[in-house]
Ligand binder design. Structure first.
Ligand code: PLP
Length: 387
């Protein structure tokens, strides 16, 4: 049996990469907390010489997520931002990239304020409209990198159609799949060349670690990324990889429940006369049909994720609402078992200019809700009393 191809999602989540310790039979593999490895002689070792280059716990985590994301290789990093940066480190000064306009604030910052200084060129485009992507392709364009759904407006890009445009123009196509996790969307199956995750979010799922990972089917691309991983050295610790190996086992259970709860809460919020309720599972969402078709569980069911954005209008109402919440914590991040709430304008997207944010209707009153696994009645009551 091919563990990566013949098994279904939950079985892979529990078993791929997780092998019992051969020396003791321990069902949970140990954490290989080691920086280096004893060698039998010069050039005679067991496949491991230094943990920046390779570590058994890291390899188990990488195999596990690669299998869940339908890839052949997982290359892991200390944070999601380190994974994104490593992807761009494959390119050269003078190369041009097309990026989703409403990308996570930290992604915008590293591209616009760090990589631009190294001679990289970027165009931030509304990738919901594929003709706008085609308009921006230049002779030096090398990659299209998108988020779908985006953070925090949940704008959706048609991955399959965009992958055809990229192939026709010999462009690499990368997708940040953080908001859907490998359980809710499979970009490699839809034609992407490389998938990126902030494992800090749904894969980790418990708000207790930072991590990032790139996944690809392509051996040549993987070799280049492994080379950057060991050369630039933004690798995750063995302990964090072990936690990720553990967390991935419950990813499907968590993501399904969080999405189910978000769906119910979004419908309820829609009845509350707010300025805006943004959730891809609502029929009022402009790209509802695309979300329904593209965002699917491994069993083929439509799924809409656990993030909802609402617009409370005034700053006064926003602050009074936030101060009354008892279960939702005001905090950056998302995707954990505990429900979080944030104000993208001042928090996750604080590094983007006000003009730019307002042009995308990221207002000061916009609130992003990350729904956790708590009892939905308690979550709804908490929102109700704060509204
Ligand atoms: C969509 C998305 N991509 C990337 C990142 C960056 O990940 P990290 O915080 O693990 O560096 C985040 C963080 O919020 C995110 O939301």
């Amino acid at each position: 049996m091919n563990m990566n191809k013949d098994l279904r999602f939950n079985t892979k989540a529990v078993h791929v990469g997780n092998k019992a310790d051969p020396s003791t039979g321990a069902i949970i593999p140990p954490i290989y907390a080691t920086s280096t490895y004893k060698q039998d002689g010069v050039d005679k070792h067991k496949g491991y010489d230094y943990s920046r280059a390779a570590n058994p716990t890291r390899e188990m985590h990488e195999k596990n997520i690669a299998a869940l994301e339908h890839g052949n290789h997982g290359i892991s990093f200390s944070t999601g931002m380190a994974a994104t940066t490593a992807l761009f480190q494959m390119f050269n000064a003078g190369d041009h990239f097309i990026i989703s306009r409403n990308t996570y604030g930290g992604t915008f910052r590293v591209l616009d304020e760090v990589l631009k200084r190294h001679g990289f060129e970027f165009d931030f485009v509304d990738t919901r409209d594929l003709s706008k992507v085609e308009d921006q392709i230049k002779p030096n364009t090398k990659m299209v990198f998108i988020e779908t759904p985006t953070n925090p407006l949940l704008e959706i890009t048609d991955i399959k159609s965009l992958s055809k445009i990229c192939k026709n123009n010999y462009l690499l196509f990368g997708v940040d799949n953080t908001f859907m996790s490998p359980y809710g969307q499979q970009p490699l199956e839809l034609g992407a060349d490389v998938v990126m995750h902030s494992s800090t979010k749904f894969i980790g799922g418990h708000s207790d670690l930072l991590g990032g990972i790139l996944i690809t089917k392509d051996n040549n691309l993987a070799d280049q990324l492994y080379f950057i991983q060991k050369s630039a050295g933004a690798t995750p610790s063995a302990f964090d990889c072990w936690l990720l190996l553990r967390s991935a086992k419950t990813l499907a259970l968590r993501f399904q429940r969080q999405s189910d709860s978000a769906f119910v809460l979004a419908k309820w919020l829609e009845s509350k006369n707010l300025n805006r309720v943004i959730y891809p599972g609502l029929e009022s969402f402009p790209q509802f049909a695309l979300a329904k078709q593209q965002q699917r569980t491994p069993d083929g069911q439509s799924i809409f994720g656990s993030i909802i954005s609402i617009d409370l209008g005034s700053i006064e109402y926003r602050d009074s609402f936030l101060s009354k919440l008892k279960i939702f914590s005001l905090a950056e991040s998302l995707g954990g078992v505990e429900s979080l709430i944030s104000n993208p304008f001042h928090m996750t997207h604080g590094s983007i200019s006000d003009d730019r944010k307002l042009s995308m209707s990221i207002t000061e009153g916009l609130i992003r809700i990350s729904v956790g696994i708590e009892d939905i009645i308690d979550l709804r009551n908490d929102l109700e009393q704060a509204l």
